[in-house]
Design a protein around this ligand. Sequence first.
Ligand SMILES: C[S@@+](CC[C@H](N)C(=O)[O-])C[C@H]1O[C@@H](n2cnc3c(N)ncnc32)[C@H](O)[C@@H]1O
Length: 719
Amino acid sequence: MDTHDVSNVPEYFRYLQAQKQNLKNAQAAKGRPARSPKSKDEILMQFMFRQMMRTEAPASPMNIRSSFLPPAYPPCVSPFSKLKKVMIKSLCLETHHRDQYLLLRTVTPTDTMTAVMAIVEDEDGSVLMLQLYNQEEELSGTHSLREGTVLVVNEPYVKVMADGDYGIRVDHLSDVWFIPEFDDLVPLSWRKRVTQADGNASSWKEKGSEHFEKGDYHSAIQCYSKTLEAHPSPELLLITQLNRALSFLKSYCFDAALRDVEDVLQVSELSEKALFRKAQALYQLRRFRESCQTHEILAEKYPDNNMAAHEYARASARLLEQNSGEYEFGKMILEAKKRQPPRLDRGTYIGPVTVKQTQSHGRGLFTTQAVKAGDLLFCEKAFAHAFHDENGSKDLRLLLNVDMDEATIGTQGELIELIVQKLSKNPSLLPGFVDLHHGTYKSVDVLEVGVIPIIDTFLVERIILLNSFGCPLLSRESHIRTVKGDDDTDKKHNKQFHSSGVWSMASYINHSCLSNARRSFIGDMMIVRASRDLPTNTELTFWYKSPMTRDPKESPVNLQHWGFKLFKTSKMNLRKIEDTISSLASTYCRPASEVPRVALDSPYLSLAAIYASSRNLKKAVEFGLMSLESLGFVIKGGKIPHVSDTPLVVQKWGLMTDGVVGCWMILCSAYQELAPTLASQAEGYARLSYRICVGEDETFDQTYSRLSNRVDGFLMTAK
Ligand SMILES: C[S@@+](CC[C@H](N)C(=O)[O-])C[C@H]1O[C@@H](n2cnc3c(N)ncnc32)[C@H](O)[C@@H]1O
């Protein structure tokens, strides 16, 4: 939705088809031995050379890197004890080696493109390229996957890569695990030094703390786990669990941190550190009420703990937002502009809405009480948000999905990585996420094997494909661009965002061209407001893609050259234009209040603007009202001559486009002279429409003013 979908753009369509053909060609090699014709030295040299070339290549702005999703395959769900070891020499191409595993170690440093890559060898010394997808960025850093790291790949999938070489591709995080040097699985010949696999509890704890000090939380956790296995004293047990909990917190594994501190609290129910870490883990899992409850105990028992007091205030603020829906939107805008990525520390407010079954299109979101246009329905923090800085130098990614025939430019690939990582670290979040619509995709129904959570990358990908939203940094900025924009290409780009995210509640809203709600964004917060008055139990709908941004060439009557600016300079006879628009209007057989006339609102708005600038204010009002009416608005009391004491009333709200705000402002300035009592009412409607379009109205006065030089009240200084 609003993502930069290029599936039908000829060059990308051809590229997608070429990838599909490559895949077909590769299938012809299925089952052949995966033995590379190149020698081990050649493979190593080639890898190192490519890595060097990439490091030295100057970064080119707006480069597009492509990544390509293979046909979906399930993650391994067999316990390791049931898998048989396989050697590289026995691997076959284009084959998933079910019920087998590879024991490997890296023999090169890593190279990171869309995957983390390294050359690996097995115990025979045979080598192959390994491509690990969806891993954390830090994996290729100093700690996790340095040269000599030993790892296991479950049920390896060997494929012919883009350059014709062979490689092992791992898409599911649970299909690869990194083995600590001290593990019994590591062959003696691969050990750099003789590590003691059976050290005592305190020495493991010391090692864990050394790793922690260096910021290597992954190794720290491994060593603390060894401490716990080595029968520590009761005191050491508690210390280690607390230390491991902290390492888990630092590694974003909040479920595991919570488990450790709960164990400590069983024994020592008022442990200050355990309570504090519990409150932190709950906060990060967005369980603000429980976090506050834990803080309450802390505050009572340890009133001098300033850090805890500070965190308590933070958790309380989130809980307040969650319960009240009251946000300081102006502050949020400033924060979103400052932060990179613009992830805001705010609670999610779910207002008068609930998920229910619809008659014909799965589940939908419904109102639980009557709401007014502009009311906040919910304000939701993204489950995951991948930001692309349009002014930055980071490459854009083209994601090709051959199963779904989709090609998207933007951050969809990054979103997959963020979500699989988040879920595998915090499986308690899995039920809420996999509940989202995933079409016909059937995933494995195993949630974990041993203690390892199973996250099906292709399920995540499908959910993202069907539920993610493209988003601007700020809807206000995109509103400003739309209002300023005088060129269709610009307008189109404005609705094809490269940043993207998943917002769970918003994912239950179905599409309708006659949308009755509108989404807007401040950083990774989505704000959804009613765009018309809605009775209780109304299904909410919004545009997945705005009907206003369709290609004007596909329009039955091409009015694109009647843009705002051209209109102003056009020598065309206005009368003739009016006649043409009115003959077009007469082709509609249903009233606009039932079926909006989306081809007409913009020409009418342009006429209103032209008449306003030539001081023909009566006509400006006439066409301003007609523009709104063509969007489905039913407005009473706005016509000129105005009957005194008759208020300006929107009896029915129509489609809420960005242009509606300026239209109300044109009316406002015309009424100032023709019917002064209506001016403030029109401005009030402009403010309300602005709130629906950009999510808030705290910035209205910085964006529109009756004193603006533009007839639509827009301030050219707005940014
Ligand atoms: C983001 S989900 C919306 C919630 C979904 N109906 C559910 O049950 O979870 C998007 C999917 O809903 C369905 N959908 C949305 N709008 C629809 C519409 N106007 N008509 C039919 N199906 C629709 C399509 O299957 C679409 O892929």
